[in-house]
Design a protein around this ligand. Sequence first.
Ligand code: UD1
Length: 348
Amino acid sequence: MRVLVTGGAGFIGSHAADLLARSGHEVRLLDSLLAAAHGDGAARPGYLDDHELLVGDVRDPDMLDRALRGVDAVCHQAAMVGLGVGVSDMPDYVSHNDLGAAALLAAMARADVGRLVLASSMVVYGEGRYSCARHGVVRSRPRSPDDLRGGIFDPRCPHCDGLLEPGTVPEDTPTDPRNTYAATKLAQEHLAAAWARDTGGLAVALRYHNVYGPRMPRDTPYAGVASIFRSALARGEAPRVFEDGAQRRDFVHVRDVAAANVAALARDGSGFEAYNVCSGQPHTIGDMAGTLAGIAHGPDPVVTGQFRLGDVRHVVASPKLARDELGFRALIGFDEGMAEFATAPLRD
Ligand code: UD1
């Protein structure tokens, strides 16, 4: 297949492009080399030398028409990611992520390209799945600032106010985005589903969990926790763990995420499907900080009790549907992946 990878110069897009090429696909990259991800006046990263790269914006219809020429499928990774700095970021997130997806989908319809893999995120779920000892599976209430200030970090039952136990999130869990980035990722999914219905195309949304690995950008307000801890250790500083460090995430290696993209591109059918892309082996943030610090022989993590209102407590997912329907299974274990990550180069 000839595949256009948007955001192909980025962390996940570049690994997807490498694996697609190694799997026998022809790859073209479209990337605007966004300053927030690549630095001001960014040059073409050296790891792209083997790929055809168009430097341009996914919101630009003319650029899209050029980029889609002769293409069979699109792997849409271009996005503004992370929590950002605040509400002032909202227009930029909506523009890059939602206007960008809409422009891409319209261009795909013009070019008669009927196959899309969309980089989505576990953030569409908001808080993960929880159960209450008295009321069974419930939708958790947003965590209150008073609880967080008082060191109560687990969410509460909407019926009895009791603290909840975390469980595993399947794909049919109701979505509940809790920050701007999450809202724009969910809107992308809805736009892709509308496009698939209208055109008879196939859209596969991959809900990435916490992706880490080589080429991860250095820490910025837009970076994930693994990059923040890794960058702190590289400076000889202790990782600063928020809350009590017991919040759980599923860390999935970027080469596994690339493999999920290749598997999703091979899926048959039409319509819209969403899959968790995760390892199925959750870890706490405290555990991840300790593991990285241990490998890097750095200072021990400091648990600060600080919190960010946009953060969710635990998101632990089921990898079953992706395994059953895409044949995808994460192969790089936490210890092996973190050992490589602790010394792998980050991006400037
Ligand atoms: C992250 C990404 C999100 C992505 C999702 C799935 C960011 C900011 N978030 O969401 O874009 O869609 O994974 O791949 O990139 N923490 C610390 N110390 C710090 C920073 C964070 O302890 O210095 C804690 C946070 O309080 C949180 C956890 O680490 O509990 C994870 O934080 P983070 O990686 O920022 O966000 P996710 O919600 O996991």
